[in-house]
Design a binder for this molecule. Structure first.
Ligand code: MG
Length: 202
């Protein structure tokens, strides 16, 4: 499986990082070795001193597709989840400054803690509230209606370049409020009022 992520999909987050609004979705990948499940802890690595949380709605792809038209994209997923696109901001800033790839800043071990998935039947996926608490304090809260590119538009765009396969996971971008984590922190994520994950940084 692969983990496909979109960068800069919420206007207020683009502004907080001082980035420009892109013409097309910015796509990057994480390896499957980045996954953390079942509320297992994240172990802070020694190669970064500035790892940030970015809470994001996840989509699990349910069947193979390529060059999927936007109006068919909804047939390629049934389940949504919540995850954190953990980002070594120091490594990413160095890479950006030199025009180099972000892979190590975004794809290191444990950089993709994810929740279990829930069926989307009860949701309009473009009107879902989601949030993140850090040590019990709300740090990120948004709604999928604020995405620049909708989930179906992302699927259509990515599948022109990469065939989507059953089990692939899409990270749909983070809203404003990103910030650093440290050892001992507790990260708790919600879709609407449902607790989706709760894990510790060690
Ligand atoms: Mg992100």
């Amino acid at each position: 499986m692969k983990i496909i992520c979109i960068g800069r999909n919420y206007v207020k987050h683009i502004k907080e990082l001082g980035n420009e609004k892109p013409e097309n979705p910015i796509i990057f990948l994480k390896p499957d070795s980045a996954l953390i499940k079942n509320n297992d802890p994240f172990y802070y690595p020694d190669f970064s001193t500035d790892i940030h949380y970015e809470v994001e709605i996840l989509i699990k792809i349910k069947r193979v597709g390529k060059s999927i038209p936007v109006n068919f994209a909804h047939m390629y997923y049934d389940e949504i989840g919540l995850g954190i696109d953990l980002t070594a901001r120091d490594l990413q800033s160095m890479a950006k400054a030199k025009g180099l790839p972000w892979d190590l800043a975004k794809g290191f071990n444990g950089s993709a803690p994810i929740s279990n998935f829930i069926f989307k039947n009860n949701f309009n996926v473009q009107d879902v509230n989601f949030s993140l608490k850090l040590n019990g304090s709300l740090v990120q809260a948004s709604n999928t209606s604020h995405m620049l590119w909708s989930i179906d538009e992302i699927i259509a765009y990515v599948s022109k370049y990469m065939t989507l396969k059953k089990g692939d996971i899409l990270f749909t971008g983070t809203p404003e409020g990103v910030g650093p984590i440290k050892i001992g922190d507790q990260l708790e994520g919600f879709i609407e009022s449902k607790n989706m994950f709760n894990f510790e940084v060690r």
